[in-house]
Design a protein. Structure first.
Length: 248
């Protein structure tokens, strides 16, 4: 190729190279601008103070009015007795008998919910282990859930007490450990409880999402909404906080 032709080819090719480079740079910039990382909504975790303190005692008082009894094969076989005290119209109480002896567990619910079946006991998966869950009534849309561990000797220890609504246990943040979730009211208020650094913690999701109503669906998706608004926002809980479903 002659020097003249090489010069003409270089002159014609240079603008094309600039255009191509410019287009690539603009595309990269546009892609970077459109790629946005959604930061999780942080929860305000509050440490829960221990409130459940089982006491060893001689057994059920002779004048107690027994409401119901439950035998559980879990924990080596234990018996729960729900009862009221004469002259006490405030609470229903629970007593536990195990291989280690008899223990007074305190209130299991309020006096208005003293029918057989109003107070129940069951084994459940809690945090990273198995716990005894006692549930009693507090109101039309409220229950009292008390969680205990029972050691190999049959001695109970209080872990967590929840009075913020009806409860269930689920690995809601998908970290391999089971949390307690609670909800009550209309509009709905939602809470979640976890075990962290050797103690139980509570977080109120309505405050975190600044929503009037927050509800947990069966598929572990939270729906958040404001009063008078038809639009729902969907969130999942992860260990770092709440993230919109459409950002997953």
């Amino acid at each position: 190729m002659s020097l003249i032709l090489k010069h003409i080819f270089t002159v014609l090719l240079a603008p094309l190279m600039l255009i191509t480079a410019g287009c690539g740079s603009s595309a990269d910039t546009l892609a970077a601008e459109n790629t946005q990382v959604t930061e999780p909504v942080k929860l305000d975790w509050q440490e829960m103070q221990p409130t459940l303190k089982p006491e060893a005692w001689a057994g059920l008082p002779s004048d107690a009015e027994i409401i119901s009894e439950q035998h559980l094969e879990a924990f080596g076989g234990i018996r729960l007795t729900f009862f009221t005290k004469p002259g006490d119209e405030d609470y229903v109480y629970a007593g536990l008998e195990s291989s280690a002896g008899s223990y007074f567990l305190g209130p299991s619910g309020t006096y208005n919910y003293r029918e057989p079946g109003d107070s129940t006991a069951a084994a459940c998966v809690l945090f990273d282990g198995v716990a005894l869950k006692i549930t009693g009534g507090l109101g039309a849309n409220l229950s009292l859930s008390s969680y205990y561990t029972i050691d190999a000797l049959g001695i109970p220890a209080g872990v967590l007490q929840v009075s913020t609504g009806h409860t269930r246990e689920a690995d809601v943040d998908r970290d391999g450990s089971t949390e307690v979730v609670a909800a009550h009211g209309t509009p709905m208020s939602a809470y979640v409880y976890r075990w962290h650094n050797g103690h139980a913690e509570e977080a109120y999701l309505n405050d975190a999402l600044q929503a009037d109503s927050v509800m947990l669906r069966d598929d572990l998706v939270y729906e958040a909404a404001d009063l008078g608004e038809s639009q729902l926002m969907e969130y999942r809980l992860i260990p770092e906080g709440l993230i919109p479903v459409d950002a997953e």
